[in-house]
Design a protein around this ligand. Structure first.
Ligand code: TYM
Length: 339
């Protein structure tokens, strides 16, 4: 098994990232290490320049995100932890795959449509070709499994389409250049929603900080955000079926279940019939209890930027080595002559 996944260093790590992806990264890191496989996790800093950004913030956020990932349990001795900018093979492979990716495929990406909105002409080219870089990120390392939240599934399907077309066009069936990666999406927390709007996903780009729990939030902030989270006036149902049409309630129950490692039905068996006045403090306390140790470790780690840079340098060295054979095979398959 070869696990590969990335996260953009564009702000704080939030509960959606943690439950949708990072918790799975940690679990898979430990599983593959035990089975002799390898996991690679990276900061998608090259993806971050597809939107307007402040260079100083990007550099600071990149280091902060390393600290956050290590605080969550990513162990740089077990996983290869690095940032794309230190591994030029990502950008190189993106270009090589650009001959295979099709405009029509990229035009269908819902993230492109959402982010570009009505102003497609005014977007950067990078925002449009972003999924080709994402394909390069995973194909470069022959990833077999890619742990992500639901919102990244379409990008992973595109990576498979690109790999398949490239293999068909430029490789023989016996010796394909690329492995087709499988997305691994957690069934119980694939899509954590905003605390203010049960129809929007929890996101770092939401202008309201009240919409998300950040891994940097202190106990009082977490309790306040949960207390103010949008709900409805009905008491909680006693099983999952009763959450239909109640997006905000379903989201809070889902968060509780994912955090406690229980099913939604188990949580509802305990809280069914009660109002949010009883449930919200219990959820807040659970979050504080589980996130507290991560936040404390994060605060300590983020102070040591030398150590964080050393983690990234070590990871990049290993990633460059792992990327080299696939990159060379891609150049060769395309008939590009290199010395
Ligand atoms: P990013 O940085 O937006 O998010 C990182 C991971 O967190 C997941 N996630 C969520 N899961 C559940 N509920 C939510 N509300 C939520 N918000 C975010 C995302 O699904 C993701 O797994 N394009 C990617 C980064 C990337 C990547 C890759 C991922 C670049 N190259 C290659 C996998 C493989 C992104 O912007 O994720």
């Amino acid at each position: 098994m070869r696990i590969v996944s990335g996260i953009q260093p564009t702000g704080n790590l939030h509960l959606g990232n943690y439950l949708g992806a990072i918790r799975n990264w940690v679990k898979m890191q430990d599983e593959v290490a035990a089975g002799g496989g390898l996991s690679l996790y990276f900061l998608a800093d090259l993806h971050a320049i597809s939107m307007p950004h402040d260079p100083a913030d990007l550099a600071a956020n990149t280091r902060e995100m390393v600290a956050a990932l290590v605080a969550c349990g990513i162990d740089p001795d077990k996983s290869v932890l690095f940032n794309q900018a230190q591994v030029p093979a990502h950008a190189e492979l993106q270009w090589l795959l650009s001959g295979t990716a099709r405009m029509g495929w990229l035009n269908r990406m819902t993230q492109w449509k959402d982010k570009a909105g009505k102003n497609r002409e005014g977007q950067s080219v990078a925002l449009f070709t972003y999924p080709v870089l994402q394909a390069a990120d995973v194909l470069l390392y022959q990833a077999t499994h890619v742990p992500v939240g639901e919102d990244q599934k379409q990008h992973l399907e595109l990576a498979r389409d690109i790999a398949q077309k490239f293999n068909n066009d430029f490789a023989s069936e016996e010796t394909p250049v690329f492995t087709l990666p499988e997305p691994t999406i957690p069934p119980e927390a694939a899509r954590i929603m905003s605390l203010r709007d049960g129809s929007a996903k929890m996101s770092k780009s939401d202008p309201s900080d009240m919409s998300r729990i950040n891994l940097t939030d202190d106990a009082d902030t977490i309790m306040a955000k949960i207390r103010k989270a949008k709900t409805d006036p009905e008491p909680l149902p006693s099983d999952k079926g009763g959450l239909a049409g109640r997006a905000e309630a379903a989201n809070l129950i889902g968060i509780y279940a994912a955090m406690a490692g229980e099913s939604a039905d188990t949580v509802l068996a305990r809280f069914g019939g009660q109002g949010f006045g009883a449930f919200k403090p219990a959820l807040g306390e659970l979050l504080v209890e589980k996130l507290g140790p991560i936040t404390a470790r994060f605060r300590e780690l983020r102070e040591d930027s030398e150590r964080l840079d050393a983690v990234l340098a070590k990871g990049a060295l290993k990633a460059r080595e792992l990327a080299a054979p696939t990159l060379a095979a891609t150049y060769a398959a395309l008939g590009l002559v290199r010395g």
